[in-house]
Design a protein around this ligand. Structure first.
Ligand SMILES: [Zn+2]
Ligand SMILES: [Zn+2]
Ligand SMILES: [Zn+2]
Length: 137
């Protein structure tokens, strides 16, 4: 993992901006050599909610692999917030890319993994509904 976590506090992490590698300027110099990094607005750091995982689509660079724009999976931060436990994304097989390789996978949004936490949380709710009906009858 190439992500540099500067500090972690209260479920929030402050990491070095992946897109500009902590320099605060646009790495592709799209507008001018001193353009401010669009991801961190020149702050050189970005805040992200924990737990964080490296974005598979851009490999943690924050840059779109085929364009000179920010990665649309992680919005240029190089990491994504994914609640554990996680499993390898069955749609992209962990690559984080769609079948053409030009866009982040629609299922995992480029993370390469998906959280199984959401399924666990929704499952009990579905079971509770029929039980209430029995009590009323
Ligand atoms: Zn930046
Ligand atoms: Zn990314
Ligand atoms: Zn995927």
């Amino acid at each position: 993992m190439s992500i540099k976590v500067l500090y972690s506090r209260g479920g929030q992490s402050e990491i070095e901006c992946a897109f500009c590698a902590g320099k605060g300027i646009d790495p592709f110099e799209l507008l001018s050599p001193i353009s401010i990094c669009p991801v961190c607005s020149g702050r050189k750091v970005v805040e992200i909610k924990e737990p964080i995982l490296e974005c598979a689509f851009c490999g943690g660079t924050g840059a779109h692999p085929h364009t000179r724009l920010t990665c649309t999976g992680c919005m240029g931060r190089g990491v994504q917030t994914i609640k554990e436990p996680v499993v390898t994304c069955p749609k992209c097989d962990g690559s984080g890319a769609n079948i053409y390789g030009n866009m982040p996978c629609a299922l995992c949004h480029g993370a390469g993994v998906i959280s199984t936490k959401i399924e666990e949380e929704t499952a009990p709710v579905e079971k509770e509904a029929p039980a209430e009906e029995v009590e009323e009858a």
